[in-house]
Ligand binder design. Structure first.
Ligand SMILES: Nc1ncnc2c1ncn2[C@@H]1O[C@H](COP(=O)(O)OP(=O)(O)OP(=O)(O)O)[C@@H](O)[C@H]1O
Ligand SMILES: [Mg+2]
Length: 258
């Protein structure tokens, strides 16, 4: 596809909870091959927007299209099958299983859907093994594959989750605060892996992050939400200089040093 292809197109999306317009008439586009950040103060609607895009919450109005197809009402698994992967703000790994077992679960589930024709057990099993190896190497966790996820550092747990999100062969990955609560060295490991998602795997990434240093260094484009509404959209330089963005973050100290 051409570099300017729009992979994800959200148009006038709204999601209401009771009286709260958690996402209010938000339109944004993610272009293929970009690393795109979605930012905004707490409660701005970032996770709700992710949910609407990935099929975990049906919007009251608006449209979502993915790879040129309208998926506004499509169930989550359908979007996954079309190539949309995601991780969650609350880590969703199995802490009492090993690293290998976690990733294997994702790969097996995907293989179960993908193998339409009955494949000999031996060959299918070998394909799963190879894919698990590949994913563990990609996130640099091959050496820790037999450790329980609960025993790993938080950054490594996040990497397990990213590996699981890759098990469904996505073209777009949505990462909801993949670096939340991590120390700087661990944050940098995740930043490296997100860069690799694009450069080594050719994927497109939409991620939510509060750490402005990370956002400005990693993202090609940034979309800013505030109280459910689209506040600004642009390059890192444009967003860093945007008065309305500075106002929205006033008092949070996140833009003072950039
Ligand atoms: N399931 C729900 N039921 C009711 N209100 C909700 C629900 N989910 C989110 N909200 C409300 O919608 C608004 C947006 O929440 P959301 O979690 O999308 O924000 P966010 O930008 O992801 O915030 P954070 O940075 O804290 O993760 C908030 O006012 C929140 O309280
Ligand atoms: Mg959130």
């Amino acid at each position: 596809m051409a570099p300017e292809t729009i992979l994800l197109d959200a148009s006038h999306v709204s999601k209401v909870f009771g009286g709260v317009r958690a996402v209010d008439d938000v339109s944004m586009q993610v272009r293929e091959g970009t690393i795109h950040a979605l930012i905004g103060p707490n409660g701005a609607g970032k996770t709700t927007f992710f949910n609407a895009v990935s099929g975990y919450a049906m919007p009251e109005s608006g449209h979502v299209s993915f790879r040129g197809k309208d998926v506004t009402r499509a169930l989550n698994w359908k979007r996954v099958a079309m190539g949309m992967g995601r991780t969650f703000q609350t880590p969703s790994v199995f802490p009492e299983l090993t690293v290998d077992e976690n990733v294997r679960l994702g790969v097996r589930a995907h293989a179960g859907q993908a193998f339409r024709l009955r494949t000999p057990r031996g060959a299918a099993a070998a394909a799963v093994d190879a894919r698990v190896d590949e994913l563990l190497r990609f996130v640099n966790l091959a050496a820790q594959r037999d450790r329980l996820v609960a025993e790993l550092a938080h950054g490594s747990q996040r990497l397990v989750e990213i590996a699981m999100s890759l098990s469904t062969d996505p073209v777009l990955v949505l990462l909801d605060e993949p670096m939340a609560g991590l120390a700087e060295a661990e944050t940098d490991r995740i930043v490296g892996v997100i860069r690799d998602l694009r450069t080594r795997l050719g994927l497109t990434v939409l991620f939510v992050e509060h750490n402005m240093r990370v956002v400005l260094s990693l993202a090609d484009r940034i979309t800013v939400l505030d109280r459910g509404k689209l506040l600004a959209e642009g390059t890192p330089a444009e967003i860093a200089a945007d008065e309305s963005v500075r106002d929205a973050y006033l008092g949070e100290g996140v833009l003072e040093h950039v």
